[in-house]
Design a protein around this ligand. Structure first.
Ligand SMILES: [Zn+2]
Length: 51
């Protein structure tokens, strides 16, 4: 079985949203992930989710 995740390629990013919690406070993050290698390319917090 070949595994190619170390092979150079042009990342194909998709933007995913996720909810996380910090100190009991939920907040939303926006995460860009490559669909080919599953690498997280970028991650940034959005505004807090409504309490
Ligand atoms: Zn990639």
């Amino acid at each position: 079985m070949k595994v190619q995740h170390s092979r150079p390629h042009k990342h194909t990013s998709v933007t995913l949203h996720a909810i996380r919690q910090r100190s009991g406070v939920p907040y939303e993050i926006e995460r860009r992930v490559c669909t080919a290698c599953k690498r997280v390319l970028d991650e940034k917090p959005l505004r807090r989710a409504a309490a």
